[in-house]
Design a protein around this ligand. Structure first.
Ligand code: SAM
Length: 292
C-alpha cells in the first residue's frame, strides 16, 4: 500500500484538496516513512494496544499506527482536514477521527469503547504551540495511559528529560519526571517536514510510573518549592528560598532547620537538586512548619 508520508504523495493530497497550512495550528506534516516506522517501534505498539493520537493532519502517522494497533482514536481541530482524512484513511477500519480541540475533549469518555484489558498509549507529532498544555491535559484526564511517545521541539524534549545539574533541568523536568520516566528516543531533522519548521524535533518517550517517583507530604507544597527554587536561576537555593518564603528570623530558622534535616547545603543552586532531594526538603519543611 502507498504511504501517505512520502513527499510526493503528501503534495498530491494537499494539492487535490487545495489545502493551505495554518501556522497558528502548528501544522508541519511528516514526510518520511522511516521516521514513522521508528516512532511505532519506539512506542511498542501491537494488536493489543489502543492509541490516542493528537493532530493526525492528513493521516501520515495515523495509518502507521493503525497497521500495528488494535484501535486508533485521533483528535483533529482543523475541520478542513476531516474530508481529507476520510479519504486517506479509507482502507482502515480501526481508526476513529474526532473533529475537536483535544484540550476540550473528555478523554475518558471518548476512549470508553477501547477494550479495558488492553493498554492505552498516546502517540503524536504534537502541535508545538501547545505541547505542555496537551501533556498536562492528558495527565489530568485520569486516562490510564501506559506510555506517551510524542514528537516536540528538541529544546522542550531536552528540558523534560533533563538530569540534575544540567542547563536544561528545571521545574518542567520535575513536573513530568515526578509522574513519568522520560527519555529522548531520537532526534528528527527539520528537513523531513512539509513545511519545514525552524527547529529540529525530538521523539520523547514517557513511561508512566505506577506511583510518583518520590513520596511527598503535600504535592502542592512540593511543586511550589520546586518552582521557587528555580525562580532566580543564577542565585543560590538559599536566596531563592528566602525570596519566596520570607526573610524574617522565624522563617529563616524554619528553612535552616529543614535544609539541615534534608542534608542539603543552602549554598547549592536549585538546578543541582535531584527529585529525591526536593522531596526530602519539602517533607522537612512540612514537618517543621510552625502552625499559624
Ligand atoms: N500527525 C501529522 C503528521 O505527523 O504529519 C500532523 C502533525 S502537525 C505537527 C499537528 C496537527 O495537530 C495538525 O494537524 C493540527 O491541525 C493539529 N492540531 C493543532 N492544535 C490542535 C488541538 N488543539 N487539538 C487537536 N489537534 C490540533
Amino acid at each position: 500500500m502507498r504511504d501517505i508520508a512520502t513527499p510526493s504523495y503528501t503534495r498530491e493530497i494537499l494539492e487535490k484538496h487545495g489545502f493551505s497550512f495554518k501556522k497558528s495550528l502548528g501544522q508541519n506534516f511528516l514526510t518520511e516513512p522511516n521516521i514513522l516506522k521508528k516512532i511505532v517501534e519506539t512506542a511498542g505498539i501491537d494488536e493489543h494496544t489502543n492509541v490516542v493520537e493528537i493532530g493526525p493532519g492528513i493521516g501520515a502517522l495515523t495509518e502507521y499506527l493503525a497497521r500495528s494497533a488494535d484501535q486508533v482514536l485521533a483528535f483533529e481541530i482543523d475541520d478542513r482536514l476531516i474530508p481529507v482524512l476520510k479519504e486517506t484513511l479509507r482502507p482502515y477500519d480501526n481508526i476513529k477521527v474526532i473533529n475537536q480541540d483535544v484540550l476540550k475533549a473528555d478523554l475518558l469518555k471518548e476512549t470508553a469503547y477501547f477494550d479495558p484489558t488492553e493498554k492505552i498509549k498516546v502517540v503524536a507529532n504534537l502541535p508545538y504551540y501547545i505541547t505542555t498544555p496537551i501533556m498536562m491535559h492528558i495527565l489530568e484526564s485520569d486516562l490510564p495511559v501506559a506510555e506517551l511517545v510524542v514528537m516536540m521541539q528538541k529544546e522542550v524534549a531536552d528540558r523534560i528529560a533533563a538530569k540534575p545539574g544540567t542547563k536544561a533541568y528545571g521545574s518542567l523536568s520535575i513536573a513530568v519526571q515526578y509522574y513519568m520516566e522520560a527519555e529522548t528516543a531520537f532526534i528528527v531533522p527539520k528537513t523531513v517536514f512539509i513545511p519545514q519548521p525552524n527547529v529540529d524535533s525530538a521523539i520523547l518517550r514517557l513511561v508512566c510510573r505506577p506511583q510518583p517517583a518520590v513520596k511527598v507530604t503535600n504535592e502542592k507544597d512540593f511543586f511550589q518549592l520546586v518552582k521557587a527554587s528555580f525562580a532566580l536561576r543564577r542565585k543560590t537555593l538559599w536566596n531563592n528560598l528566602i525570596h519566596r518564603y520570607g526573610k524574617d528570623a522565624e522563617t529563616k530558622a524554619w528553612l535552616e532547620k529543614s535544609l539541615a534535616q534534608a542534608a542539603i547545603d543552602p549554598k547549592r543552586r536549585g538546578e543541582t537538586l535531584s527529585l529525591a532531594e526536593f522531596a526530602a526538603l519539602a517533607n522537612a519543611m512540612a514537618e517543621n512548619k510552625v502552625s499559624e
